[in-house]
Design a binder for this molecule. Structure first.
Ligand code: PMT
Length: 323
């Protein structure tokens, strides 16, 4: 049985920086409503499915976090991520019977929309002679499929979408989700594809109003965001199956960095990808080797094969957990 290393304690300096991050973060808006929605979703999906087995629940993080530079924010530092990976992965997990908590950046790519034209929404529609609005014939098959699949996921209670923008919102939400998912034990999974800020301006030292350019060049010291991966593994949801991502631009260091991250944060799997090729290939790094996954054709997604491999590994994790 995987103990999840729950007996391990966090190093004192990490514990202190995690505590300070949450204590000084601006409180989450609607946190009690979000907690209620989350609990209802988890309770519904904790009941055994038709085959008598508990439903598996995955929290997918998607999109980039921002770091505000002003409390009444005009300027911010952003992280690269369109949210495509998280959105496409959500569809494949739902198709495989998982319930998905989709923790996503506001305005980023959404599940069931990733085959629709991204920047030309109005090109999808035409106005009929009787003034009715219809989807153009050229897009009707893809729109119908998207609507059907989305509605099915929602009606079956398999999809909960929770939005974030800033690093403060993201980490507070991740903590609430992880603590709620603790009750699922090894049936819970984390698929951490979001691009998370490494540096931030602590709320109390942040300018309240718009920084004035008339004051001349700006010097700014950023604090390090505590890596929450170890906290997630050791404290928040120690039995859950955890997958994190590693994005690099230099192919020579990618696998080495992924292996280090796997050991350091006790991840079950790290998915390694390069900025230049991440849409068509990834490498799954496990504790007993690597698997290269490639997109099979123009109309396919690399996530299709990737999610199959991860689900297979999750099943093995359940077996090893004595289930
Ligand atoms: O959204 P797309 O455009 O489709 O792009 C997908 C992607 C390239 C963003 C995705 O595949 C990906 O690689 N996501 C992780 C990018 C990243 O931020 O890598 P990293 O090396 O900085 O972080 C590694 C892991 O640590 C991540 O799982 C992250 O969630 C976590 N992290 C990072 C910083 C931090 N302070 N705390 C964290 O927990």
């Amino acid at each position: 049985m995987d103990s999840g290393n729950s007996s391990d304690v966090l190093p004192e300096d990490l514990s202190a920086s995690v505590e300070s991050f949450f204590e000084t973060a601006p409180p989450l808006r609607d946190s009690s409503l979000t907690a209620q929605k989350l609990q209802a979703f988890i309770d519904r999906n904790s009941k055994p499915s038709e085959d008598g087995r508990p439903v598996r629940v995955v929290c997918i993080t998607s999109g980039g976090t921002t770091v505000p530079l002003e409390q009444r924010c005009v300027r911010y530092i952003d992280n690269f991520s369109s949210g495509h990976r998280g959105a496409a992965s959500t569809e494949y997990f739902v198709k495989a019977g998982y319930a998905v908590i989709f923790l996503h950046r506001r305005g980023s790519c959404q599940p069931y929309c990733h085959r629709l034209p991204e920047d030309a929404l109005l090109d999808l529609f035409e106005v009929g002679e009787d003034s009715s609005i219809q989807v153009c014939q050229s897009h009707s098959a893809v729109v119908k499929k998207a609507i059907r699949d989305y509605r099915t996921a929602v009606e079956r209670g398999q999809l909960l979408r929770l939005p974030f923008t800033t690093i403060f919102e993201y980490l507070q939400l991740l903590r609430i989700i992880a603590i709620s998912m603790k009750q699922l034990g090894p049936y819970g999974m984390f698929y951490l594809a979001a691009a998370v800020s490494d540096f931030y301006v602590p709320w109390e030292s942040m300018a309240k109003h718009k920084i004035q350019s008339s004051s001349g060049p700006m010097d700014m010291r950023l604090s390090q965001v505590p890596k929450m991966l170890s906290v997630l593994r050791k404290d928040w949801a120690p039995m859950a199956f955890c997958i994190s991502f590693k994005l690099e631009t230099d192919a020579d260091i990618l696998l080495q960095k992924a292996e280090i991250a796997m050991k350091k944060y006790q991840m079950h799997i790290v998915v390694a990808n390069l900025l230049a090729t991440y849409k068509r290939e990834v490498t799954v790094v496990t504790d007993n080797g690597t698997i290269d996954v490639r997109k099979q054709g123009e109309d396919s997604d690399v996530e299709d094969e990737l999610i199959k491999i991860l689900i297979d590994r999750h099943c093995k994790h359940l077996e090893q957990s004595g289930i």
